[in-house]
Design a protein around this ligand. Structure first.
Ligand SMILES: Cc1cc2nc3c(=O)[nH]c(=O)nc-3n(C[C@H](O)[C@H](O)[C@H](O)COP(=O)(O)OP(=O)(O)OC[C@H]3O[C@@H](n4cnc5c(N)ncnc54)[C@H](O)[C@@H]3O)c2cc1C
Length: 408
């Protein structure tokens, strides 16, 4: 690359998703530095996971106490909710029900209650009559369910755009359409595809679906490979008489990092989404059909998934049987019926919303990674496996990285 200009920054962030923007935001808010540049490969922000998710601010129920998710989700949700309310952005404070869709999952409610309380989430077990007061149509097969009053739904794109606006006021540079950059080992600079050279004290890789790839440029993330899982959504048709007022989730399989097909009203209660699926994706950005297929990654991933299935590692067989084929509407509607029995195929239509999870697989341990992870390599930090609830947790995840990783 021919260098046309050279600039110096304290922090260079790769990726203007929720994680990268929140890191820059907290660095500015805490007066640590405003000499920050964020480089983004797309022409706009929100074109990948942060702009394609369910917009749910999770309340912190699912995560093993002491995991990084548990440490940052509850406070992250509270802070982001307050921040959104202060700016009068759309927010639907509709709460969430978690319902066992099989008899044998009833005991998991106690596990979730215990985890939620240990993590500091507001959570309670309700009996059927109380559940029906919130959402009468729910299938309450065991007569119990979890109620999380603090779960809410926001508009992710509006949140991203507002953070970007406020970062500009702080003087942070967000440069877009940077398709690639070069990094030479043992240097503190990257050369961008637009001909600029950026010198930095610290580089933070927040590139979501590409984070493992970029980490490897810096000799980090060697144990991991991306296993992308696609989340497709359907919507309730406007003509559907079923009035879903709250989030309705199944009791998840806690062995895999997917929550199962659920019902989610949007931030303004205009739509109800059903999904997302957790279908294998055939590329990092394979949102539709044959677009952006990565044959090499997919072949390798098929091999990994077949081995996980044959040896049933981490309950992978259960995932395949229950979740891998939910892109078929007949399977999806059956999963949805387990929560709301009245729903039929005629009530739903395919949504344009599709997201892909930046799910990492540990090649050595042969397991899907559940928690957020990070690696520090000289003066670069790599945020890896920023899967759900990284959107919810982003303000507190940023503070955690600043306090525990940057300053060590
Ligand atoms: C279907 C689905 C539903 C979800 N629902 C929820 C939810 O309800 N609540 C919740 O909390 N979380 C949810 N999540 C998870 C959440 O969306 C993600 O954890 C979060 O958005 C990750 O943010 P990010 O900044 O790491 O990634 P991204 O938003 O993907 O941002 C990464 C950015 O890096 C850029 N980039 C990549 N490579 C380069 C490069 N070489 N140079 C420059 N820029 C680059 C990309 O273009 C992108 O803009 C969901 C995820 C999915 C897939």
């Amino acid at each position: 690359m021919i260098i046309k200009e050279e600039r110096n920054f304290d922090i260079c962030i790769v990726g203007a998703g929720m994680v990268g923007l929140s890191l820059a935001y907290q660095l500015c808010k805490r007066n640590i530095t405003k000499k920050i540049i964020i480089i983004e490969k797309e022409i706009d922000i929100g074109l990948h996971t942060s702009g394609r998710n369910s917009g749910v601010l999770h309340s912190g129920i699912y995560y093993k106490p002491n995991s990084l998710k548990a440490k940052v989700c509850v406070s992250g949700a509270k802070r982001l909710k307050e921040w959104i309310e202060e700016r009068k952005l759309p927010i639907n404070k509709c709460g969430k029900l978690i319902i066992p869709n099989k008899e044998e999952l009833d005991s998991q409610l106690d596990v979730l209650l215990k985890r939620g309380l240990a993590n500091g989430a507001k959570v309670e077990i309700l009996k059927e009559s109380d559940i029906r007061k919130i959402q009468p149509e729910v299938n309450c097969i065991t007569g119990r369910g979890i109620w999380s009053p603090n779960t809410c739904v926001v508009d992710p794109i509006k949140v991203l755009k507002t953070i970007e606006e406020e970062l500009k006021v702080f003087g942070v540079q967000v440069i877009k359409n940077i398709s690639d950059f070069d990094f030479k080992k043992n240097t503190s600079s990257i050369s961008l595809s637009n001909g600029e050279k950026i010198n930095y004290a610290t580089l933070i890789n927040c590139s979501g679906l590409h984070a493992d790839e970029i980490a490897k440029k810096f000799d980090a993330g060697k144990d991991y490979i991306l296993l992308p899982f696609k989340g497709m959504y359907w919507e309730l048709k406007r003509t559907c008489r079923i009035n879903i007022k709250t989030n309705v989730y199944p009791v998840p399989d806690l062995n895999v990092p997917f929550l199962g097909v659920h019902f989610t009203p949007n931030a303004k209660s205009e739509y109800v989404y059903i999904g997302p699926t957790a279908t294998p994706a055939w590329g990092r950005e394979n949102y539709e059909g044959f677009n952006n297929i990565d044959f090499k990654l997919s072949l390798n991933n098929l091999k990994i998934m077949s081995n996980q299935y044959l040896q049933n590692r981490g309950g992978f067989r259960k995932y395949v049987h229950e979740q891998a084929f939910l892109s078929n509407p007949f399977n999806l509607i059956n999963a949805a019926k387990e929560l709301v029995p009245q729903i039929t195929l005629n009530n739903i239509q395919k949504s344009k919303k599709v997201g892909i999870r930046a799910q990492l697989f540990n090649i050595e341990k042969k397991e899907l990674i559940n928690d957020f992870i990070y690696e520090k390599k000289e003066n670069s930090i790599h945020i890896l496996n920023a899967i759900s609830p990284a959107f919810t947790s982003s303000f507190s995840l940023a503070d955690y990285i600043i306090d525990n990783v940057m300053n060590t």
